[in-house]
Design a protein around this ligand. Structure first.
Ligand code: FE2
Length: 196
């Protein structure tokens, strides 16, 4: 059996001392430091998903899809694009589309559609609204992600604790965002991993 990085680190994590050093917050000078995300958490490429029927090419370049008159909870999604060598991918394209609060896609125009690029460290920030629901699907965002000169990854992102996740045949747990709900908005995080 091939010993992947994940399996190797899983093995190490079984050793008490290494587990203590790698997996637990370190208390240093009275401050608790969050553990550095391990590279081996991101060594599997993000899986592709169906594009579905509602993609429109040539979306406007923007990282804020909110517009006057759009109802719904504000969603701020931040994250990073890495490759399978754990290197950040700068200038990666992210092209988003999703339905509105009432579950409708804008198939004539570009409402709730837009593309932008990661910064030098592979980071991105999208501001939009939480998509509504439409028959047959759980709550989701559509996205195409592409490193410069590389193939396009078409996939979808999901929300945790959605009753529809269990009933949706396309849903994948690995595509669920980390989500935190504040009083005024939903904050979400996701790390995409592209084949190096
Ligand atoms: Fe959809």
């Amino acid at each position: 059996m091939k010993l992947t990085r994940r399996r190797f680190f899983a093995f190490l994590a079984g050793l008490p001392l290494i587990g203590l050093l790698s997996g637990i917050s370190l208390r240093l000078a009275g401050k608790t430091l969050e553990p550095t995300p391990a590279c081996d958490d991101h060594d599997e490429p993000t899986p592709p998903q169906t594009e579905g029927p509602y993609f429109t090419p040539n979306s406007p370049e923007r990282s804020n899809l909110r517009e006057k008159g759009l109802k719904g909870t504000v969603l701020v999604l931040t994250g990073q694009v890495l490759n399978t060598d754990c290197k950040p991918v700068s200038r990666a394209l992210l092209d988003w589309w999703h339905c509105d609060d009432a579950g409708h896609y804008d198939n004539e125009g570009f409402t709730l559609r837009g593309h932008h690029f990661t910064d030098k460290l592979g980071n991105f920030r999208l501001e939009t609204i939480v998509p509504g629901l439409y028959p047959g699907r759980t709550r989701h965002l559509h996205v195409k992600v592409q490193a410069p000169g590389k193939p396009i990854l078409t996939t979808q992102l999901y929300f945790p604790d959605e009753p529809g996740n269990r009933r949706d045949g396309i849903f994948k747990p690995v595509l669920v965002m980390d989500v935190k709900q504040t009083a005024s908005q939903m904050q979400a995080g996701y790390t995409f991993v592209l084949k190096a």
